[in-house]
Write a protein of this length. Sequence first.
Lengths: 423, 457
Amino acid sequence: MSDTFTTVDPTPTDWRDPAMQKRIQRRYAAERRFRLIGLGAVLLSAGFLAFLLVSMAMNGLNGFRQTELRLDVDLRQSNIALTAAQLAGPNAEQALAEVDFEGIVRRTADTQYGARGARLFSPAGRLVLRNAVKADPSLLTRPATLWLPAESGIDQAAKGHGNADANARYRPLDEAGRARIGFNSTLLTGADATDPTAVGIWGAFKGSLLTMIITLLIAFPVGVLSAVYLEEYAPRNRWTDMIEVSINNLAAVPSIIFGLLGLAVFLQVMHLPRSAPIVGGLTLALMTMPVIVIAGRNAIKSVPPSIRDAALGIGASRIQVVFHHVIPLALPGILTGTIIGMARALGETAPLLVIGMRAFIASPPGGLGEPATALPVQIFLWSDEVSRGFVEKTSAAIIVLLVFLLAMNGLAIYLRNRFEKNW
Amino acid sequence: MSLAFILLLVLGLGVVAWLSAKARAAAFAGPSRERPHSLPVYHGWYVALWAVLPALLFLAFWAFLSDRLVADALLSSPQAAALPAIDMQRAAILAEARGLATGAIASAHHPQAAALAPVYASAIAFYAWLGLAIALLLAFAGGAWAYTRLSPSFRARTRVERIVMALLLTASLIAILTTLGIFLSLLFETIRFFSMVSPGEFLFGTHWSPQTAVQPGQPAGFGSVPLFWGTIFIGAIIAMIVAIPLGLMSAIYLTQYARPGLRRWMKPMLEILAGVPTVVYGYFAALTVAPAIRDLGISLGFSASTESALAAGLVMGVMIIPFVSSMADDSIAAVPQAMRDGSLAMGATKSETIRKVLVPAALPGVVGGVLLAVSRAIGETMIVVMAAGLAANLTANPFASVTTVTTQIVQLLTGDQEFDSPKTLAAFALGMVLFLVTLALNIVALRVVKKYREAYE
């Protein structure tokens, strides 16, 4: 049989030959196998993403819930020096700060839950009581039933993750109807704390927000202006080449190197405040700028030359052509690139760690120069904590971060589909 | 009297200048008179820019200068004569006095700080007023000078466009400045580091224990070979073993086999993998993947630790899949249709065409993409910080803990940063190595890709 291949055989190929049939079948089987391997690779990648998202959601959804214990509070008995008039006045915050809410919770809990009752409650309990009084001053003059957050062990027992001791403490509470599971509003309004039931992401989120504002204010104008210059005006010479090479390299430099730059330049040389959103914002702006430049150049490049020619033809100057015609037409593309760059900056952690935005910050930052942390850094800090309570808070913070990133990317895709023209 | 207030005041003056100059220029035009060279709005911009830009430049300069001037004024005051000569105590007292003066803290711990606070407050106020006065003077002078130049024949538009052009050029120079800043700041600190530790020991030594450098008497180890090995092991070996087959096969399936409907859904899905923040991957690796890998390692009889190279490498590989896949996608699409048609016409099946024609033809592009992916993997920080561990082991056991360059940079810069100890400076030396290696990888990768594109054009 093999001889027939080496010599020229005038007879046509015998497709029905069993050896030929077998060979063809083998080749087709290989074809099917290859196809299945390809499908497997795609499904494996997608499955990994699904596994990641599902495991975060499973862990994190519990973080949005908090076990609460019932506490009958009567502030008239605690003889506190706070009046409704004070709460309505301008010094309400100061008057509230002088009240020992922690002591009130402790004593009331001890009388209602036995000798160690106060230890059932989370340290965040006093804040809940304080905010309840602030929202409703009539609590000062009447007995009321409040639901205060339980401590972490009880909380986990209620969600089915408790240890034997916590389960034993939780069961009687549950049977007496003194425990319920409610929405964890502290998580969305609070800042970092040492106790997992008292932590919140608002502090870190505000830090991220301030950082992003600085990043946007610097990276967007600088990025767009350099994109315009490089695409529309730059002469072809060595300087322009150097700018282009710099921008392309900056886009590929590892983010932690930008952190080292921020540490050396903004903190060591310029002495800007440590751990502050302004330094984080400047560092991330340098990192985001090349992304915006590259996206901006592509958007400007896609505006057809006929638009420029028409504007030049009726007497517009070169600046007028660009600012009146090219930029408005390229804006959707530029904005899409900007949003994608900002989403990347929002999820970035490493450079912020290096410039010191990793401190324990127990209150939201008040300004650009105050110590702050950012949402991804907060996730990193919480991930070091071993307790089950922090695991679900970390995952809950991740869910919030992912929701924001998805929303930003979704907006970018929407803008691209809605406004981008194919010339 | 904050800087923001002065800024707003100057910008307000700019608006006034714009409005008044525009109004004056509008009066130039008339039926009987000669036609002005520029539209009124350009006259407005010309005067406004002259009013705002010099004042803004001054304020940027003043923001750095005024702190030093305040400190000088303070130290020359009689109250400062009693300050201790030791730098650290002095700095602490000065910081406290500053906090008191600006109202950041309510009461002083140190009596000298309390005495200095009023002097501090008055010095701050004096220089704030001085800054405001000079800024306003500059704004008025600039605006007035520009205003007097306005006339119907004045070429306001040309002037404004020249300023805009200068702004554009400045903006694009920031990219060069950033690159230069990165390079110089890394270079200076690296040179300082090499004056304490020899480059030979740093690059070829195998003993890494920088933390002991703080304690006198113990030998500090700055041999980074275990770090380089850990980085290569995780980023270039394990991650690529995961990412190259999965990324390449996904790209092949999605471009060659998948129906358009499936492709429309799966491609963005793969892109989401690239958009997930690395801290999330790191957490996932540490929380879910690492314990599973440890159990697997123990059941296979390896010495396994909770933080393992395999856990970090696997998750990093998944993160890299979209990069490999999109680069492979581009290079397969660039193979000329004629080559594909030729192979199919010869009777080859689709998979034979792909394996024997498309992939070999697209190989340079794929290799370029893999190099870019490697450069991204070795610069990745959070996954390895959270999942790879800190022990500088020189081992090929994937279940053991290894450490990487980026992990150690973060570790060295955590806590006290003293810019004269080799511990802190070592982070910059590692950064320099990382910067140069990723730069080289990127340049090589881009050259490979470019050359390959030219081959088919």
